[in-house]
Design a protein around this ligand. Structure first.
Ligand code: ADP
Ligand code: VHF
Length: 374
């Protein structure tokens, strides 16, 4: 089976669109181009694919609104431009999706948000809920509170972090070149397009060393690094020309466009390896025989009703060990409730969580995607 078939089989995708493409030569947003991507993304959604958009362009749109002709040097001026431009950016996405009868939602994140387990889970449930409702999340960096990303143009990394967060099958990075070339095509007209590589291939760093275009900031190096980060959760990355007519639809239709960067291992294996190796356990849930049976059969989440005992102090998002009544470990996973709340809902039906805690964040105590059977 060709590796390209992964694109047509993808059920959840992150599409990242850089400043170099979104802006009309730096003069505000290219609304027509944006509308064309929206048409293609809407067709994908209608075909049952879940799509999250990571959109740059706030600084460029802010500069245009403020009448600034050249990109400011000062970071606080860039942040001010981003704050002004973000309003126009999300409004434009919303206006375009409205033509297809769809809602868009603004999500502003920082890298730090995603390295904190609790915030990670919160962001994940918000994004999942939006996708369940058929809403298209439009993600950008929260430039008011961070500066590295504005400086380095690191929305490529954000795209990869979002792909990890929602366990996307793939990340599509739309840019102003046809893909990754073996040398910077602006400087070397003989450069040739790379069609497919493993994301971890060290030669990619040498090829991508040429720096960024005039409007973009990160260049190809941040895209290659983003592909490696996405590969950690088993997602593929495609770097491709966003101006190619019908690019997203054609890619997903199996056309050989852009550069496909592949993970070393599949999605589930990657996530489980990450879960198994990266986190310390903070507590123990003792399960009844029925819960042990459904977990071991695989593919099921753990509900509070199957929990007989809770020990240790842990917070939402931390790793706990699940043991049977004889103390034998059967699974590990990231809990959706802290230890006090877990004690309050243990042995109870999920219908009662609201009444017992005064709120409900999730009906399962550990979601199957966040669990490894040991
Ligand atoms: N090997 C390469 N292949 C393609 N483009 C390259 C390469 N090396 C450097 N580049 C530069 O990277 C630019 C794209 O990155 P960037 O300007 O940051 O865009 P974006 O805003 O889409 O993230 C291209 O315009 C190109 O000049
Ligand atoms: N968050 C800012 C900066 C992000 C940025 O420049 O990223 P990119 O164009 O993808 O390299 C913006 O939206 O303008």
């Amino acid at each position: 089976m060709s590796e390209r078939s992964q694109l047509s089989q993808a059920r959840r995708l992150v599409v990242k669109i850089g400043s170099a493409l979104l802006t009309n030569d730096g003069q505000g947003l290219d609304v027509d181009a944006l509308g064309r991507w929206v048409d293609q993304i809407s067709a994908l959604i209608a075909a049952g694919v879940e799509v999250v958009v990571v959109s740059s362009g706030s600084v460029a749109e802010g500069m245009s609104r403020l009448g600034w002709r050249s990109r400011p040097e000062q970071l606080h001026e860039l942040q001010a431009a981003a704050a002004v431009g973000q309003m126009g950016l999300v409004q434009t996405w919303q206006d375009q999706f409205r033509r297809h009868g769809r809602h868009a939602a603004q999500i502003l994140l920082t890298h730090d948000d995603l390295s904190d387990r609790k915030r990670y889970l919160n962001a994940r449930s918000t994004l999942r809920t939006l996708l369940d409702y058929g809403v298209i999340p439009i993600v950008n960096e929260n430039d008011t509170v961070v500066t590295d990303e504005i400086r380095f143009g690191d929305n490529d990394t954000l795209g990869a972090l979002v792909a990890n967060l929602i366990e996307a099958d793939g990340l599509i990075i739309l840019t102003d070149q046809l893909g990754l070339f073996d040398q910077d095509p602006r400087k070397n007209p003989d450069a040739s397009l790379v069609l497919e590589r493993k994301a971890g291939d060290p030669e990619l760093d040498v090829m991508a060393a040429g720096g960024a275009g005039v409007l973009g900031r990160g260049g190809m190096l941040t895209k290659v690094r983003a592909a490696r980060l996405a590969a950690r959760s088993g997602a593929f990355t495609v770097i491709v020309g966003g101006r190619i007519e019908g690019v997203v639809s054609r890619l997903v239709g199996g056309e050989l466009l852009g550069t496909l960067l592949l993970p070393e291992q599949g999605r589930i294996a990657a996530r489980k390896q990450w879960l198994a190796s990266h986190l310390k356990t903070r507590g123990v849930l003792t399960l009844d025989a029925g819960a042990v049976k459904v977990l071991c059969r695989g593919g099921r989440s753990l509900l509070p009703v199957g929990v007989k005992g809770v020990s240790g102090q842990f917070r939402r998002g931390e790793m706990v060990s699940c043991v049977d009544e004889g103390g034998r470990e059967v699974a590990r996973g990231l809990v959706n409730y802290g230890s006090d709340e877990a004690r309050a809902i243990a042995g109870r039906s999920s219908d009662r969580i609201q009444e017992l805690l005064g709120y409900i964040s999730d009906e399962e105590i550990i979601h199957r995607d966040n669990m490894v059977i040991v």
